[in-house]
Design a protein around this ligand. Structure first.
Ligand SMILES: Nc1ncnc2c1ncn2[C@@H]1O[C@H](COP(=O)(O)OP(=O)(O)O)[C@@H](O)[C@H]1O
Ligand SMILES: [Mg+2]
Length: 291
């Protein structure tokens, strides 16, 4: 079958999907300056907690190549964004159900392919995302660590960001550098959510937040919002070894309680009606990638 015909077939398939609910999803991008800070475990446990509160949650693994989330969720999806960009699958076919009542999409090898497709294909690609706006209330995107465009462009395209850092100086200075780069590329960003993970105690978490807030406000004019801290807790490590998310295997641990509290903060501040949604996110992302 030629490619154009294949695309038309896929578009038709998409139109036949019987979907209700016109609200956009709330897209939350989770990033860090440095790797190993606990970003993927946080994303997964947060997602499962939000799902337990009857939210329809989807996680997108955009930490290209590493596939952390798949390991944490114990799944091996057959398809990813690449299958969709190539026109082999439509978006509903790249969504994987998990045992934890959350849905998952693998980013695959990255969105580099997006720069190799033509504008009609890009339009088709973006249109597909409307499906996700219909099946998910909340979409959590776990990006890679660092300051590469594959991280910063996701942060810039997103309405809502969470930067995870530990109290280690190398981790929070990298978080600062990441925030600085986002601010340089998008002057409109004036607020960023930060989670301190692996803190010895509340005192250490507060001190770390105070330092980041100070430099971000003084040098970048960015207001850092502390949405909670997560203590250093072996429950997180044990859960990963058991391959069952901490929020389920150790629900009463300090780690899980902290995640729940952050989830509650996020839901409390949710302005449900003004989410711009994942389709709009993808539009912005593609624009950033191609400029
Ligand atoms: N609060 C915590 N306390 C103790 N260990 C943690 C905590 N959060 C994460 N970890 C551990 O840190 C390691 C890296 O976590 P991961 O989520 O893969 O990080 P990232 O996605 O940022 O690279 C894992 O072994 C995880 O169990
Ligand atoms: Mg990770």
């Amino acid at each position: 079958m030629d490619q154009a015909k294949e695309l038309r077939n896929l578009i038709n398939k998409g139109q036949n999907l019987n979907l209700k609910n016109n609200l956009n999803s709330r897209v939350i991008t989770i990033s860090s300056g440095k790797g190993g800070v606990g970003k993927s475990s946080f994303s997964v446990n947060l997602a499962i907690y939000l799902a337990s509160l009857k939210k329809r949650v989807l996680i997108i693994d955009a930490d290209f190549g590493l596939a952390n989330i798949e390991v944490l969720l114990g799944i091996r999806p057959k398809y990813n964004f690449y299958s969709m960009i190539k026109g082999e699958k439509n978006i509903s076919e790249i969504v994987t159900e998990t045992d934890y009542n959350i849905k998952f999409i693998s980013g695959g090898n990255g969105l580099r392919e997006l720069s190799t497709i033509n504008s009609a294909e890009i339009r088709y690609f973006i249109e597909q995302f409307e499906y996700l706006d219909k099946i998910a209330d909340i979409i959590i995107i776990d990006t890679g660590a660092g300051i590469a465009p594959s991280v910063t462009s996701f942060l810039m395209a997103s309405d809502e960001n969470i930067i995870v850092t530990t109290p280690e100086p190398t981790s929070f200075t990298d978080a600062y550098t990441l925030i600085k780069i986002i601010k340089e590329q998008n002057k409109n960003i004036d607020k960023i959510n930060v989670v301190i993970n692996k803190a010895d105690d509340k005192y250490e978490a507060d001190r770390t937040i105070a330092k980041i807030s100070y430099v971000c406000s003084k040098f970048l004019g960015v207001n850092v919002k502390n949405i909670g801290h997560i203590p250093l807790d072996t429950a997180s490590i044990k859960a990963i070894k058991q391959q069952r998310p901490a929020i389920l295997s150790f629900p009463e641990s300090d780690y899980s309680r902290a995640i729940k509290s952050i989830g509650d903060v996020l839901l409390d501040k949710s302005p449900v009606d003004n989410n711009t949604g994942i389709k709009s996110f993808m539009q912005k992302l593609v624009h950033i990638f191609n400029r």
